[in-house]
Design a protein around this ligand. Structure first.
Ligand code: TMP
Length: 243
């Protein structure tokens, strides 16, 4: 596979075309941002960690029947993905009250929700990614009602698989964000990344934050925290291989 010109540069990764027009080359960046770019820092080692964590999770989800864009990890900081037409929605699933949910509803963090809640945010930097409902999604022609049902179904399935996976490594999946794209034939498929940048993970034993809240809330250094998440995932995969 040949790396060609830069297609897109985001806050945490760059995407390049390849000699195959259905395949993109993703390079993770040593950059961390929060508050829609209001906080921004270079963080050596983050690219490697997120690329490896995301790759492991997308591979795991594929084994659980969740189709996604991931093809293969090329190096510590690079991976190949299938090109998708991204739906500009952040699909958030919450198991426990935290973050903007707690603020918006005036609910303390840490309350277990009776059933997982799916939320949509419109990906538009200039509007600050507003919280929107199904009718807004349809009005903006981001997805049809049938597609909205599919997005929710897949998001909840992903939640079940991820909650189970993280529980095995003593992490509680509080909430997470995923993004979806359409394949050439119009099917909805998981895309983007899943890492401690896009999930809230609380240690089941110590209750410590094991995710980007460490950066957002200026609690400490994210590198050792993300490394610990990767180590636990690697340990689990070694145990599963019976080594
Ligand atoms: P929130 O509580 O700030 O709405 O975040 C919910 C989840 O979504 C949390 O796990 C972090 C993740 N998230 C992103 O990955 N990207 C974003 O831009 C935002 C706002 C949240």
């Amino acid at each position: 596979m040949e790396k060609r010109d830069l297609l897109y540069e985001g806050k945490a990764k760059r995407m390049f075309r390849t000699n195959d027009e259905s395949v993109l080359w993703v390079e993770y960046l040593d950059q961390v941002t929060a508050l829609n770019g209001g906080m921004k820092d270079q963080m050596q080692g983050k690219a490697e960690l997120n690329n490896q964590i995301t790759s492991a999770i997308f591979e795991y989800l594929a084994t659980q029947g969740i189709k996604n864009h991931f093809i293969e990890k090329l190096s510590k900081t690079e991976q190949l993905i299938k090109k998708r037409s991204i739906i500009p929605l952040e699909v958030v699933v919450r198991n426990i009250s935290a973050g903007s949910f707690s603020k918006r509803l005036g609910v303390e963090e840490g309350q277990v929700l009776p059933t997982p809640i799916v939320e949509f945010y419109y990906k538009k930097d200039e509007l600050n990614d507003p919280f929107i409902n199904d009718a807004h999604v349809t009005f903006l022609e981001l997805a049809t009602p049938v597609e909205i049902a599919e997005l929710k179904k897949q998001a909840l399935q992903i939640n079940e698989h991820l909650s189970e996976l993280f529980k095995k490594i003593d992490l509680q999946l509080v909430d997470f964000k995923v993004e979806f794209g359409r394949t050439a034939s119009g099917e909805i498929e998981l895309a983007d990344e899943i890492s401690p940048d896009t999930c809230r993970l609380w240690d089941l034993v110590t209750h410590e934050h094991m995710d980007k809240d460490v950066y957002r809330r200026k609690i400490g250094d994210i590198i050792p925290v993300y490394q610990e998440v990767l180590n636990r995932l690697n340990q689990l995969s070694i145990e599963n291989k019976g080594e």
